[in-house]
Design a protein around this ligand. Sequence first.
Ligand code: XMP
Length: 512
Amino acid sequence: SILIVDFGSQVTQLIARRVREAGVYCEIAPFNSAEEAFERLQPKGVIFSGGPASVTAENSPRAPQVLFDSGLPLLGICYGQQTLHQQLGGKVVSSDRREFGRAFIDIVSPSGLFDGLWNVGEKHQVWMSHGDRVDTLAPGFEVVACSEGAPYAIATNEEAKRYSLMFHPEVVHTPDGGKLLANFVRHVCGCAGDWTMAGFRDAKIADIREQVGKGRVICGLSGGVDSAVAAVLIHEAIGDQLTCVFVDHGLMRQGEAEQVVSLFRNSYNIPLVHVDASADFLGGLEGVTDPEKKRKFIGAEFINVFEAEAKKIGGADFLAQGTLYPDVIESVSFTGGPSVTIKSHHNVGGLPERMNMKLVEPLRELFKDEVRELGRELGLPDAFVGRHPFPGPGLAIRIPGEVTQEKCDILRKADAVYLEEIRNAGLYDAIWQAFAVLLPVRTVGVMGDYRTYDYVCGLRAVTSVDGMTADVYPFDAAFLSRVATRIVNEVQGINRVVYDYTSKPPGTIEWE
Ligand code: XMP
């Protein structure tokens, strides 16, 4: 495996993605706990990420000495390059010339780093983003690639297998960057490149068996991909020692509860408790209009119901959760202060500590698309695995203002029409998330010879990589008018449809 030491770059996770795409397992550890991770992982090579700090500043982060002492191949990127040289006896200076964006480097000398990929005399596009620069190379290092603004674009100590880059190979704007990283982890470090989902699945099954023993496991299903994949994997490992609980809060999309229940009971034969708690949830939401109050109530009620059901089946020793790697990585923050709460996210993943059970989290090392791949590996239907994300509080946060049974029913119908049209147009997989919103506004319309006075329906569709930022999906006008016509004709209670043209930021994806 490979250890990635994180110095707080925004794109550290991309390094991990590229390494795994090369078929090599890797983990990210913040610089201040990298030593512990190193002892545990026993990696074959180490990558230092970029980061926002300045090596020249007092108390700026450093890599643990043990990594240098190990004699393993090292690759320093950007800040990682600078601290590598500084720690090995070179010198870094602040530069008044900052360099950001596309640059071209000249290869001036061969290197094991790009053996078979780049040749001397060639020019290659890379992505630079740095302020400081190495002024004096550490002893033993030589320049193998340079550009006008970056005399030490790549400097290496071939004998010691230590490589340093001033640019970012992990971003797509360095077209050969993925190949460069693959070459490092496979040819320089000698990793086999045989890390596959099938292998991961087998290893996890063994881990789960060992962790759980004869114990009983309970798993909350949300209807989402992550908890479903976790449940199916655990079931493969321990069979009927697993019980799943699906809390239907009445805020699901059309047909969703039936799909989840049937998938688990019929296709997988996994014991499933289906709790219809919609009356409790809708009752509790009566008169609540504030988005944060809605979210808090739903989160708390969910836990109440789940706990009560867990008690009914005699409790369990373990709680299974579909926690993913991005939730686990302890991000290195240099800004200090707490970040502002935009929304209180509610997840099935956030079940209470007071339940006092040990956790089983088999997806902790995976990224979202890797979870989808694992789901396919486990035989989950493509249509299920490829589903758009759906938030824990469900339709409640797509009905601004008070949530009622009637509004939920109206919204479910409109949403189903919209998604059907998206599927028919073959656009579902090109979109990160698409859904309808029911506005607490009535407007006047005319249908036939009658005046109507009904709700407005908002349509949302975005593209995104991780949900953190998003762009509006650019439907053509014919598509939107087809959807609008169908919704107004088929869904009683809606007489006007609008398209949300706001990116994130400044909007969020959901409306509350
Ligand atoms: P926003 O609306 O904040 O959402 O741009 C970003 C992504 O997160 C989803 N989302 C949630 N997911 N529990 C969840 O599991 C929640 O409470 C929650 N709120 C928002 C949202 O659907 C989008 O994909």
